[in-house]
Design a protein around this ligand. Structure first.
Ligand code: GLN
Length: 203
């Protein structure tokens, strides 16, 4: 079983933990450097990106995590996790730290007050069958992606139609929304596959 960490500093850690277990991974909470060193992949949960950023510094995880990402550690960030993985973040606090996991620009709280939170069905590249039910909670969207970044999903209709809400660069996946709260395991299963493939390639 691949050992997949959930960054357990703040946010909806438990929901990701259960989704990973249901996908056949062995989830572990990550709060210290030694725990980070032991994982084959890492989930960055939803929550509050500036709070998580601050806690990454306090717990001494910021540099070790940047280093592991540079070495190709598979990672998946949902919502606040997407913000943390972005190279560039708009509308955030100036002292918020970035992990630079994906060459993209993300706008924090992008959907605005009118539509703070909403749900929609998305076509998601690489996920066949029914559309993915996407729950957005004070979510970011992606405003720019670099050449190496694949867009996996965009908002299908409404005022935010066409906005990018799921991306992948190499082994790093990010969604604006929260698949961990819907019971649809397919995004987590995709990430577990990424982790399995990388682990297999390394042995
Ligand atoms: N708005 C939050 C932030 O800026 C993200 C919200 C979420 O993770 N649901 O971090």
């Amino acid at each position: 079983k691949p050992i997949i960490g959930v960054l357990a500093l703040q946010g909806d850690v438990r929901e990701h933990f259960h989704a990973l277990a249901a996908c056949g991974a062995e989830p572990v909470n990550v709060r210290r450097e030694s725990e980070l060193a032991a994982v084959d992949g890492l989930v960055l949960p939803g929550g509050e990106s500036t709070a998580i950023s601050k806690l990454l510094e306090v717990f001494g995880l910021l540099e070790p995590l940047r280093q592991r990402l540079r070495e190709g550690l598979p990672a998946y960030g949902s919502c606040a996790g997407m913000i943390l993985l972005a190279d560039t973040v708009l509308d955030t606090r100036p002292d918020a730290q970035s992990l630079s996991g994906i060459d993209m620009t993300v706008r924090r709280n992008a959907f605005g007050r009118q539509v703070d939170s909403f749900e929609t069905d998305l076509d998601f590249a690489g996920i066949a069958g029914d559309p993915v039910r996407a729950v957005f909670i004070r979510a970011p969207w992606v405003e720019r992606v670099g050449d190496g970044v694949r867009v996996l999903a965009t908002v299908p209709s409404g005022p935010a139609a066409g906005r990018i809400v799921a991306v992948r660069q190499d082994n790093v996946l990010a969604t604006s929304f929260h698949p961990e709260v819907t019971g649809d395991l397919r995004v987590h299963a995709m990430f577990v596959d990424i982790v399995r493939e990388r682990a297999a390639a390394m042995t």
